[in-house]
Design a protein around this ligand. Structure first.
Ligand code: SF4
Length: 325
């Protein structure tokens, strides 16, 4: 049986948790529920957190993956990750009443891609295959090879023979690892001459700030806990980062089921009976999960490590603003 290990201090990374895009997407579903009631459909998880999704399910929201599951005449919200133009067009053609809760920073990337394709350029998109945001962005390609997806330096090397002299435009998923993406970007710069990168970084402010805050946390914490769901890209990048920085780190999707004990210390806690636990949370993880974890861990001292203040807010979609007047 594992013994309990005493925690001398908990340090909370700041910023952590909800970003402006997630706040906005959740508010959109809340307002839509209030205005229109149920049934209300949401295509894909509104944000990648099962606590948020389960709360909406308990209030009557129906989550679907494909448009065909939405009945004619129903109300629908599209998720924060962005939706391909083809799916939006099908929703319009069917006369569905929908609100697009795409994050404005994802829209910015979509616009960059659309502009490049209109100019006849080849788009190289850095992202994780299969992620919902990537599916939405890749949906801007009219033909399969209009947008080429790369994840690694090796993927870039594989593009070399065919694209050596083509004009290229690079776009990225918003929730990538800053360090890993920098390596892919460096390889693209070195390999291609006629290549354009986004004017401001596609990787969003929230992803950058949460990763930078975890770097600071790793300087003082013995063990790092990252709160968030397994399918949340920005959350997984925080976990990877903590581990790359040489820390023992663990994903905590459900804080109320979490136990901290001797397995969390390299030496079983023998030589370090009072350890410092660092906590951060992904951009889609609600703050009550942090509070639950802190109270479960029961440390005497809880501090916040302030890396940066965030004051970003995005306006609601016009159709909701008008109704809310
Ligand atoms: S993580 Fe960034 S891109 Fe994604 S919803 Fe939040 S602010 Fe928008």
């Amino acid at each position: 049986m594992q013994t309990k290990t005493s925690i001398s201090k908990i340090v909370l990374a700041q910023p952590r948790g909800f970003c402006a895009g997630v706040n906005r997407a959740i508010e959109i579903v809340d307002i839509a529920l209030e205005l229109y009631g149920t049934p209300l459909y949401v295509r894909h998880e509104i944000v990648h957190n099962h606590h948020v999704v389960n709360d909406f399910k308990s209030r009557g929201v129906i989550f679907v993956e494909v448009l065909d599951e939405v009945p004619d005449g129903a109300r629908l919200v599209f998720s924060a990750h962005g939706t391909s133009p083809e799916v939006l067009e099908r929703a319009r053609a069917r006369g569905l009443q929908f609100i697009d809760a795409v994050c404005p920073l994802v829209t910015k990337v979509h616009l960059e891609i659309a502009r490049a394709l209109k100019l006849g350029k080849q788009v190289v998109y850095i992202g994780h295959k299969g992620h919902q945001e990537v599916l939405g962005a890749m949906g801007y390609a009219e033909q399969d090879r209009d947008i080429l997806l790369v994840e690694t330096v090796e993927d870039v090397e594989a593009l070399l023979p065919e694209l050596k002299d083509s004009p290229l435009v690079v776009a990225t998923q918003t929730t990538l690892s800053l360090d890993d993406t920098a390596k892919v970007v460096a390889k693209l710069k070195e390999s291609f001459t006629d290549i354009e990168f986004p004017k401001s970084d596609d990787i969003c402010y929230a992803t950058q700030n949460r990763q930078d805050a975890v770097k600071e946390l790793a300087k003082i914490a013995d063990y790092i806990l990252i709160i968030g769901s397994k399918n949340s890209s920005n959350t997984l990048r925080l976990l990877e980062l903590a581990r790359k920085l040489g820390k023992q780190a663990e994903l905590v999707p459900n804080p109320d089921e979490f136990e901290f004990n001797s397995r969390h210390c390299e030496d079983g806690g023998r030589n370090n009976p009072g350890i410092v636990v660092g906590i951060s949370s992904g951009a889609s993880a609600p703050e009550f999960l942090v509070e639950t974890l802190v109270s479960k861990l029961g440390a005497k001292q809880v501090e916040t490590l302030e890396y940066k203040e965030e004051h970003v807010e995005f306006p609601l979609p016009l159709e909701l603003k008008k109704i809310n007047l």
